[in-house]
Each structure stands twice: as C-alpha cells, then as structure tokens.
Design a protein around this ligand. Structure first.
Ligand code: IPD
Length: 287
C-alpha cells in the first residue's frame, strides 16, 4: 500500500504541535463556556448521529484561528466548512469528538486537532505529524509531534506518556467504539462477541480521540474500531504512537476506515493479528 508523503522540507513540527494545542484550547473553552441550554441538535448520517450548534461553532472558530496562524495550510473537518491550502499540510479536525457524550453531559469528549501530510481523503495516503486532543472538562491536553514523544499537560504540569507494559492478551483492557448505522453496529457487535472472551474486558467511553490518548496514557492496553473517520483518529493515533504504542490497520501500520487498532508494544503482534482477522470476517472492506 502507498504511504503518506514526508513532511515538507524545513517544517517546524514542534511549532505545529503548539498551534494544535492553542487552537484546541480555544475551541475547548468555547464548547464549555458557551454551551447553550438548548443545544439545537440535528442529525447527520442517521437519526442517532447528532450534530449540535456547538460542533459547528467550534469548527468555525478552529477554521478562523488556523486561517490566521497558518494561512497556507488546508483544513478538513468533521462539520461543514473546509479550506484549501498550498503548503502541503492539512489540518484534520474534529470540533467535538464524542458528541453524544457532550449532548448527555458526560464529561468525556474532546476537541481534536491534527496536522497531516499527504491527502487525508485517500486512505493510506496521509499521516499525522503533529496534534493535540483536549478534554475541555478535565483540562487534560494530550499532544505530540512526530519523533518528539507524547505528553499530557494538565493544570498541574506536563508529563511524558508511555503505553503499558502489557504482554498477555487475556489480561488486556481494550477500548472500542461503534458507528451510527444500525447495520454497521450489528457487524461490530458480532466482532465483539468473538473478541470479548479473549481479553480482560472492554471499555466504550464514547470518543475515539480520547480512547487513543487513553492507550498512550496507559489507561487502556489496546484499542480498535471499525468504520472510524480520519478526523476521529488523526491526532490520537499520533499521540498513541509517540507514547510507544503500535498503531495499525487491516494491512501493515496503515489505519483505514475499515480498521484502526492500537496496542501496547508487547501485545501488538497478537492483538493486531486477532482484530485484523475478526474485522475481515465480520466487517470487511469499507473504503
Ligand atoms: C464518534 C466517537 C465515537 C466513535 C464513533 C465516532 P463523533 O465521533 O469518536 O467514540 O465510536 O465511531 O463517530 O461523532 O462524536 O465526532
């Protein structure tokens, strides 16, 4: 499979990480401080796939800030609105990842901002080079740039993130998520039936970006999801990799919509083989 292009020459990856952090913080403040009593929810792909006025406002803010700070870069987001660019960098953003949690007031959602090279509309042809994932309720900011390690910044300080030392599949705590279409959820449920007896337990927190950062922070030993969009994982998969986790897809280390999985290094070979096999059997190609 073709791989993503290298970062444009002379690019300051640490600088991109700082931009991602700043923009995520500004959008995080907006979605918490300006949350209206009536969120004005509409739906997207299915009746259970919500979009709130705040998803849209958060994306508008992110687009404006990136336009000011990185005028030559492109932007692709989950909600309406995008920007073309000439620099070779595209910002892939999810203005609220975990929208259902946001809707219900469950404090587990995030703003996810990633700088990627390559073409994020073509599976396997892009890769993240810097990114930030902020849980605006807890104030936890997960951030990384390629080759620079992964860090968690809280009001108390900044620490380096490391994936767990887990080696035994039967003792692994595994995160996952499900799509919005009933037919897809039935296939994902069939996969889960086969996986659950082979691991310690499953967690479904409701936000893929925070799941991948949870893998980076040692709160999960492994994670997988099928039918996930690029904006849900672009920043989180970089944070997980930079924390030493192995991140892959149906083939090699290239996540796609069909499958993204991540695991602590000591589990990666066994877990990767298992979820590749189960996703091929129950879900199959999607791109
Ligand atoms: C969703 C969340 C969820 C995952 C879904 C995603 P959204 O993103 O990341 O955890 O299971 O597949 O669509 O819609 O809240 O941005």
């Amino acid at each position: 499979m073709a791989t993503a292009s290298a970062p444009p020459e002379g690019i300051d990856l640490a600088g991109l990480e700082e931009v991602a952090c700043r923009v995520a913080r500004a959008a995080g403040r907006l979605v918490v401080d300006e949350r209206p009593a009536d969120l004005r929810v509409t739906s997207k792909s299915t009746d259970t796939d919500p979009v709130t006025e705040m998803d849209q406002r958060s994306q508008e803010l992110i687009l404006r800030l990136l336009g000011e700070q990185r005028p030559d870069d492109a932007v692709m987001g989950e909600e309406e609105g995008s920007a073309a660019g000439t620099s070779g960098i595209t910002w892939v953003v999810d203005p609220i990842d975990g929208t259902v949690n946001y809707l219900y007031g469950i404090p587990s959602y995030a703003v996810s901002v990633a700088a990627v090279t390559g073409d994020p509309t073509r599976p396997g042809h892009w890769d993240s080079v810097a990114g930030a994932v902020l849980n605006p309720v807890t104030g936890e900011l997960f951030h990384a740039h390629r080759g620079g390690g992964a860090r968690l910044t809280t009001p108390g300080g900044t620490r380096t993130l490391r994936a767990t030392l887990a080696t035994e599949l039967g003792m692994a705590l595994v995160g996952t998520g499900f799509g919005y279409a009933a037919s897809m959820r039935a296939r994902q449920a069939a996969l889960l039936v086969d996986l659950l007896p082979r691991v310690r337990d499953i967690r479904r927190h409701g936000g893929a970006a925070l799941d991948l950062c949870g893998l980076a922070a040692g709160r999960l030993d492994a994670y997988y999801e099928t039918a996930l969009n690029a904006w849900d994982r672009a920043a989180g998969q970089l944070v997980a990799r930079e924390a030493g986790a192995v991140v892959g897809g149906p083939v090699d280390d290239v996540p796609t919509r069909e499958l993204v999985w991540g695991a602590a290094p000591g589990l990666a070979a066994e877990f990767g083989d298992l979820v590749r096999d189960l996703s091929a059997r129950h879900v199959g190609p999607l791109d």
